[in-house]
Ligand binder design. Structure first.
Ligand code: 5GP
Length: 145
């Protein structure tokens, strides 16, 4: 899908927002939802999405909603750094399939990075549920602590 087109309300993130599909939720408020990536490219790979905006990409969200998304993205980046102590952290966002986007609901990736460890393949290998559950518990404790 290119940059141009219609928002599909059946995309997986829209289903997660409506509670029709499960997720390993880390944080939620009226405007923003954050959860673990099911196919992490590194341990701790987190996604942050706007809940109200039917925005496929960065160009389709209003500035106020984008600010709310980025505020939570920054906060959760700090949480991941504090809890997992990575050597670096990648914050990324893709617009359109040619740029690497595979789910067409705007989202921010937060990916903790370890020195000398390459990035896993994008959206390829599903993590073990037990690993995601344990990580979710650690991060939620730190977020609410
Ligand atoms: P994009 O390629 O659009 O930038 O990123 C989409 C991300 O969503 C990928 O990192 C992929 O692993 C993740 N993803 C795809 N389907 C699901 C799902 O059902 N649940 C979760 N939590 N993540 C998903």
């Amino acid at each position: 899908m290119s940059l141009h087109g219609e928002y599909d309300p059946q995309n997986i993130f829209a289903q997660i927002i409506r509670g029709e599909a499960p997720c390993y939720k880390l944080y939620e408020d009226d405007d923003v939802l954050a959860f673990l990536d099911l196919f992490p490219q590194a341990f701790g790979h987190t996604l942050v999405i706007p809940k109200r905006a039917a925005a496929r990409n960065l160009l389709e969200i209003d500035a106020d909603a984008l600010c709310k998304l980025m505020r939570v993205t920054q906060r959760l980046t700090q949480v991941l750094v504090d809890e997992l102590q990575p050597d670096g952290v990648q914050v990324a966002q893709f617009n359109g399939a040619p740029a690497g986007q595979t789910v067409f609901h705007l989202h921010m990736h937060i990916i903790p990075r370890l020195a000398g460890q390459g990035l896993g393949i994008h959206a390829a290998n599903q993590a073990e549920p037990a690993e995601l559950e344990e990580l979710q518990a650690r991060l939620v404790k730190r977020i609410s602590g």
